[in-house]
Write a protein that binds this ligand. Structure first.
Ligand code: IMP
Length: 431
């Protein structure tokens, strides 16, 4: 068994794109199992910047197959734009390199309008979604009224499903939210045309991935968002609408858990979150702003400033429990250079009681005060370190401390945005 799942161990934006890009070199096929274009992976290869929302970043490796599987909610406009941009830059020369699940649910303009209208109505209780229609599209899927990729290439099926959906969605948009409705004909024509253009990529992706596994291929599953945004286990309702944890990679791609060799969690050397919801180690002072500036902590999908804070060990321990992490890829260690001392949250205090675990109730999570341990910082620039021993002693101590307080080995340390600014201590495909 050679398949590895990569998941976010915090609140998303951990730098999974870069880690997946590095592991892609050792994999044959890279699969995006869940989420949608709420995700944004930025990576820099030889100084060139790429941003992906739907297509796995592995597409930059010629000859590797990339799959957008059934568990993903696909905005066809965004997918086609990504395909177009890749081709313009000389990638994706062979269309066979990309496969899209016939059963993936499709995002329509009414999903986006509903996402926005609902957030507006929630006012200061809003979730802070990415306004990409993700939640409403997953709702339709669960309500069994979703329109899937396979319907885009069946004009009659599309017509019936779209009419039925618009009937209800326009009622909601116009009558309940006082927003603009979505017209049938223009939407139908637009989406039928998308279906035509996406046709070469549409296949039974579960069959494809399982055949790949059968022939001995190495599969890399590229999780989206982070553990604390999981619909079942995250800080509900401040979560996304899919299972971002390792199990979601299996259901989203139609691959048995028995075919998975291991799970790697990605975590920043500090913590960030976008949107609302509890964040015990959040720094609302200049130190938080310094991390935001140094780490360029602005969303790659929405451009929103990310909330920044110290490393939260209970969160990563929780991610370890839910995902069974074989290792953590620690990203953005370079951002912490120059800070005189660093703080690491090792537990919480809630109502005067020390708690080692992430609390399940939102009220408790919101009331949680971090219990910090302080460690010495380092002044040196670490971005040229390629071996663990190249790091300043204080940085090495920081990494070892994180291993201790999370109980997970740190198998990769990233010290810059570029592919080569990475210390690989253990490779899960070789271990
Ligand atoms: P949605 O996924 O757009 O519905 O947003 C729900 C919550 O998840 C919001 O707090 C978003 O900011 C957050 N979220 C969704 N996708 C990402 C991501 O890729 N990185 C970080 N946060 C995300």
């Amino acid at each position: 068994m050679k398949s590895i799942i990569v998941v976010g161990a915090q609140w998303g934006d951990e730098g999974k794109g870069k880690i997946v890009d590095i592991y892609s070199e050792f994999a044959d096929t890279i699969v995006r199992p869940t989420g949608g274009n709420n995700a944004g992976h930025t990576l820099v290869v030889k100084g060139e910047k790429f941003v992906f929302h739907l297509i796995p970043s592995g597409i930059l490796h010629a000859g590797k197959k990339c799959v957008v599987s059934n568990g993903v909610v696909v905005d066809p406009k965004v997918l086609l734009m990504e395909i177009g941009r890749l081709k313009e830059r000389g990638y994706l020369k062979d269309d066979g390199q990309l496969k899209v699940g016939l059963l993936a649910n499709i995002i329509f303009p009414y999903h986006i309008s509903l996402d926005k209208a609902r957030e507006e109505k929630l006012g200061n209780r809003k979730i802070g979604t990415t306004a990409r229609g993700i939640g409403p599209c997953y709702e339709d899927k669960i309500a069994r009224v979703g329109i899937r990729a396979c319907d885009l290439v069946r004009p009659k099926a599309l017509e019936e499903a779209l009419r039925a959906n618009l009937d209800m969605k326009n009622f909601l948009l116009e009558k309940y939210y006082g927003a603009e409705g979505v017209p049938f004909q223009a939407t139908y024509d637009e989406y039928l045309a998308y279906g035509e253009r996406l046709k070469p990529y549409l296949i039974d992706t579960s069959l494809f991935i399982n055949e790949e596994i059968q022939r001995g291929a190495k599969i890399l599953f590229e999780g989206a968002q982070g553990t604390l945004l999981d619909i079942d286990h995250g800080t509900y309702p401040f979560v996304t609408s899919s299972n971002t944890t390792a199990g979601g990679a299996c259901t989203g791609s139609g691959v048995s858990p028995t075919k998975i060799r291991g799970v790697i969690g990605v975590s920043k050397a500090y913590a960030t979150r976008v949107g609302g919801g509890p964040f015990p180690t959040e720094l609302l002072d200049e130190e938080g702003q310094a991390i935001r500036d140094r780490g360029n902590e602005y969303g790659s999908t929405t451009g929103r400033p990310r909330r920044c804070g110290w490393f939260d060990a209970p969160v990563v321990r929780y991610a370890h429990r839910l995902n069974g992490l074989a290792g953590v890829a620690l990203t953005k260690l370079d951002v912490l250079s120059g800070l005189a001392r660093l703080k690491v949250c090792v537990a919480y205090e809630i109502d005067g009681v020390r708690r080692e675990e992430v609390p399940l109730s939102l009220a408790e999570f919101e009331a949680a005060r971090p219990v910090y341990e302080q460690v010495e910082g380092w002044k040196e620039d670490v971005s040229s370190a390629r071996e663990f021993g190249d790091l300043p002693k204080a940085a090495q101590r920081y990494v070892r401390m994180l291993e201790e307080v999370t109980g997970v080995e740190i198998s990769v340390v990233s010290v810059g945005a570029d592919r080569n600014q990475t210390i690989i201590r253990k490779n899960p495909f070789r271990a």
